[in-house]
Design a protein around this ligand. Structure first.
Ligand SMILES: Nc1ncnc2c1ncn2[C@@H]1O[C@H](COP(=O)(O)OP(=O)(O)OP(=O)(O)O)[C@@H](O)[C@H]1O
Ligand SMILES: [Mg+2]
Length: 277
């Protein structure tokens, strides 16, 4: 799926009236099959940007299009069809307690089924091979019949990611998929997401706190700061200086990152917000 944002502004309905917009005039376009990481300090607007891209939050300014359609200007039926082509994975997957892993996974394809098929599929899940394959991809095949509330936080997070593989979507929007995973599992999970997205020609947008994963595993990295776009660059152009500016006054968020250490200036320069391409 193609995605385009033209000076898009995002504001949460519950935000205080005087609060600045969570996303301020962001312009960017992402082509079908691209793999993009979004980084930035806590509160920068990463989740809000994904919610806008998922047509879950209506922009308060500018224009957003998905496959050249403005999701907020089409019929309800067309919007529903469009949403069926999106897979949005919130940081904490909404997996109901007592549900089995198989049911949670099969739910990933519900947008593509009729109401009757959906209900049948939830009561008597059939054809579990795809679910098994999706779990295998995340090293969880023995958990198919387990209850989701008996999984560890990291296992639950990986079940949430395995749902992407079950969905018929052509755009995967994944919010902080690695927060509950150890560094080895985190790399495996991101490699699986990337390779599966590439194999299916799916557009992949992932928000990350792990800067080293973003720059080593994604060809393109977008840096957000205070709701604005600080940079939008090929990964090899994301220099330590740019990262230092992006995380100025938030250096502790870089300190937890495994992998290369960044030499942060002792007197951080204020970030210069530059326009995204
Ligand atoms: N539901 C909400 N209602 C009101 N304001 C919100 C809501 N969600 C986020 N915000 C505000 O929008 C801004 C951006 O938040 P967002 O969750 O997009 O940041 P983030 O970059 O995802 O941060 P984190 O790394 O902590 O997940 C913040 O100032 C936040 O307080
Ligand atoms: Mg977030």
């Amino acid at each position: 799926m193609d995605l385009s944002l033209d000076r898009v502004e995002g504001r949460h309905w519950a935000a205080a009236a005087q609060a600045p917009a969570a996303i301020r005039a962001i312009s960017l376009s992402i082509s079908r099959g691209e793999q993009v990481a979004v980084i930035g300090p806590s509160g920068a607007g990463k989740t809000t940007l994904l919610q806008l891209m998922a047509a879950a939050l209506k922009p308060v300014g500018g224009q957003l299009t998905l496959n050249h359609q403005d999701p907020w200007a089409i019929s309800t039926a067309a919007l529903q069809r469009l949403r069926g082509q999106l897979f949005y994975a919130p940081q904490t997957p909404p997996l109901p307690p007592r549900q089995r892993v198989i049911t949670a996974l099969t739910a990933g394809r519900l947008p593509a089924l009729s109401l009757l098929q959906s209900v049948g599929q939830l009561i008597y899940p059939r054809e579990p091979h795809e679910a098994v394959a999706a779990l295998e991809a995340f090293d969880l095949s023995e958990k198919l019949w387990d209850r989701v509330d008996r999984l560890s936080g990291g296992e639950r997070q990986r079940v949430g990611l395995a749902r992407a593989l079950m969905s018929p979507a052509s755009l995967w929007l994944v919010d902080e998929p690695l927060s509950a995973l150890d560094p080895k599992r985190a790399r495996q999970a991101i490699d699986t997401l990337n390779s599966q997205a590439r194999a299916r020609d799916v557009t992949l947008v992932v928000t990350l706190h792990q800067v080293d994963v973003a720059t080593s595993r994604f060809p393109r990295v977008i840096g957000l700061r205070d709701g604005g776009c600080a940079f939008d660059l090929p990964a090899h152009e994301v220099t330590q200086q740019r990262l230092a500016e992006l995380y100025a006054q938030h250096e502790h968020e870089l300190a937890d990152v495994a992998g290369p250490r960044f030499d942060l200036p002792t007197e951080p320069t204020p970030p210069k917000i530059v326009h995204c391409r």
